[in-house]
Design a protein around this ligand. Structure first.
Ligand code: LMR
Length: 331
């Protein structure tokens, strides 16, 4: 008999559920690491025809783990069934980059996948659904306030590299913004970031390293990992999805913020509207976010932001035929 009073069950839909990222993530979700120890969940796992058998294996392992919070596991290949009443949709299922590939090469194929899943969400998911797009290229897919393109992995990478350089533990690094695209044009913002509450540039005097070495390390980290592993990052990606979800369901600590790729309409930074762009966000913990207003810019930051903005605008044109905004030709 239940002595504890449980919250109402939450449906979490996960695409690409038979893949490496999901294999880490699902067990964290089921263990209550994200939504807390009193929040029962149902996992709705979307795979493809090809991965269906592996997905059965995933469901077996979830069952065998006897997670007290995991009340239902459903698997399948039809997003219209799996996304029903979803309150979270974690869109991981997409073609990943292999060694030597650029993200732009995935725009068309993954754009089609996300366009299809967007339609399914629109048809059957909770109106309040929060969507985190993880697959590459993770921006320019479906513009709306509830959609997030994951740049938390980049934020975490940036915090780690700054901490290593400054010789501090990474919890001392705060206010870390990733601007723009989850690509090699992304801008890890060392102008606004802080170490022990001080501007990074006061703590790390090697500004050339910040502009070049640091920035490039973050921009190219995903590619480097692919070279090392022969496949794209999975464990750290799943950790960053957990971080991104937690940031929306817990109040952001005073004075700090987190990065997420969100819809630009109404942004206070002068970034083009109608795209999804990573920017600094704060949350009251209600699942929503607001953009941070008190950030500063210098020439370097402005120029870099303009470059990643150009890239996203170009990518948007390339997927226009998928979003019903007309045909564009892209190289
Ligand atoms: C990453 O950043 O590690 C992933 O997005 C994989 C990739 O293609 O870089």
């Amino acid at each position: 008999e239940e002595t504890k009073s449980w919250k109402k069950m939450v449906n979490i839909a996960v695409s690409g559920a038979a893949g490496m990222i999901a294999n880490h993530l699902l067990f964290k979700l089921a263990a209550g690491e994200v939504l807390g120890p009193d929040q029962p969940i149902a996992l709705k796992l979307l795979g493809s025809e090809r991965s269906l058998q592996a997905l059965e294996g995933v469901a077996m392992e979830l069952e065998d783990s006897l997670f007290p919070l995991l009340r239902e596991v459903k698997i399948g290949i039809n997003p219209y069934e799996l996304f029903e009443d979803a309150e979270w949709a974690l869109l991981i299922g997409a073609k990943p980059r292999g060694p030597g590939m650029e993200r732009a090469g995935l725009l068309d194929i993954n754009g089609q996948i996300f366009a299809e899943q967007g339609k399914a969400l629109n048809a059957v998911a909770s109106r309040n659904v929060k969507v985190i797009v993880v697959g590459n290229p993770c921006n320019t897919n479906i513009p709306a306030k509830n959609f997030h393109a994951l740049t938390r992995l980049d934020e975490n990478r940036a915090k780690c590299q700054l901490a290593l350089k400054a010789g501090v533990f990474y919890d001392k690094v705060s206010n870390m913004t990733i601007w723009g695209n989850h690509s090699t044009t992304q801008v890890p913002d060392f102008l606004n970031a802080r170490i022990n509450g001080l501007p990074v540039k006061e703590v790390i005097k090697d500004h050339k390293w910040l502009e070049e070495g640091f920035t490039e390390t973050i921009q190219k980290r995903g590619g480097l990992l692919i070279k090392k592993w022969g496949r794209s990052s999975a464990a750290s990606t799943s950790v960053s999805i957990v971080d991104a979800m937690k940031s929306l369901v817990t109040p952001t600590p005073e004075g700090d913020w987190f990065s997420s790729g969100v819809y630009t309409n109404g942004n206070p930074y002068g970034i083009a509207e109608d795209i999804v762009f990573s920017m600094p966000c704060r949350s009251k913990g209600d699942g929503d976010y607001e953009l941070v207003k008190d950030v500063i810019f210098d020439d370097y930051l402005r120029k870099r932001i303009a470059k990643t903005e150009q890239e996203l605008l170009a990518e948007k044109k390339c997927v226009a035929h998928l979003t019903g905004e007309g045909i564009a030709f892209c190289d």
